[in-house]
Ligand binder design. Sequence first.
Ligand SMILES: C[S@@+](CC[C@H](N)C(=O)[O-])C[C@H]1O[C@@H](n2cnc3c(N)ncnc32)[C@H](O)[C@@H]1O
Length: 384
Amino acid sequence: MVSLEDYKGREQAYVKHVLLERYLEALVHKTASVYPHIVYVDGFAGPWQSANEHHEDTSFGIALRTLRTAKAAWKGKRRDVKMTAILIEKSASAFKELEKLPPKFPDIEIIPQKGDFVGLIPNILSKIPRDAFSFFLLDPKGWRIPLNALQPMLARPNSEVLFNFMFEFINRAASIDDSVVVTGLNELLPSGDWRQQLSQSTTSDQRKEVLVAAFTECLSQAGNFKHVCETTILRPDRDRPLYSLFYGTRHDRGLEVFRDCQVKALEAQAATRAATKVDKAEAKSRQTEMFGSFHEMNENEASTFLESEKNKARAALVALTPDKLNPILYKDLWPLVLAKHVVRLTAVNQLAAQLRKENVIDFPDWEPRRRVPQPHYRCCRKEN
Ligand SMILES: C[S@@+](CC[C@H](N)C(=O)[O-])C[C@H]1O[C@@H](n2cnc3c(N)ncnc32)[C@H](O)[C@@H]1O
């Protein structure tokens, strides 16, 4: 498991890595039950600001550990799954570190590639066999990424992506009237009327909503993803978004697992931010005892957000349930709710059961003794 100790002064990377680690563990283990070969691609691998001598605090370190664990678990069940990590890095000094990895992981195929990630895409794709499942992590230092150039990779079947959208820089860049900056942003967000919407936005929340919606749409189109979800990573010591992690998948099950991991990452973020703020305030004033309540208040920021998302999910569940002439199967309904809100499937199941009790939603196929709806149940609005 990643350890907060390794992330002093860059706690935002800890939150990103908690999410990556949890999701990769679930994804790799699950997909290895079906696919004979799993390929992890780290487009901007680093190492970058790593404090751990074994690079356990880097994205590739997390991925290699995950691939190794999943491979061993399946081997124990007499299933041999090939695991490959393709690690791309432009900087010569960081690349030297990547070159040291293959002998340390003889159970995994590690392919370090030196150069510009975007230029290497055709080469990378040629190394991923048709029968493999692939996961792409795109975590650049900046934001100048032409999305159309990523399209052949994003559109690869049997693939998912986690893209780090440098929100703070992009938001600032969107106000800069310089032709190089304007062209760069137009390449990252190649469609939609987001510029016009930004010009009509009056608050920072509105600007964020516009940019997140725009990139969600651009990424969905480029990769033909059924679901794209955003996770906001805040500055550790201020209430400001720093970056947005966008996850793209074509599978409802991926969405379900991702929401579970996202909730855990947001809880880790709230706890980390609380501790960081307390440390900073204490260092300033040297009065430790004053800050106990401050700590608690900040730890609640995840529960406040998640509670509000749950309330929105309840409203969405009602709004998305059709009338009784056009019932929908529950397995087609819950993904619509999870796609819109940061809520776990278990919570949506409970909301659905509650709405049934309250005579708001009807499940004509509900069986005796069932507590939550089953995937094959039809659902429709209860007409009074
Ligand atoms: C934010 S860091 C990656 C951190 C890493 N994903 C992690 O979480 O541990 C970005 C890395 O991308 C590298 N880089 C920058 N531009 C690149 C490019 N065009 N192609 C490949 N690597 C690049 C940088 O040298 C840096 O090591």
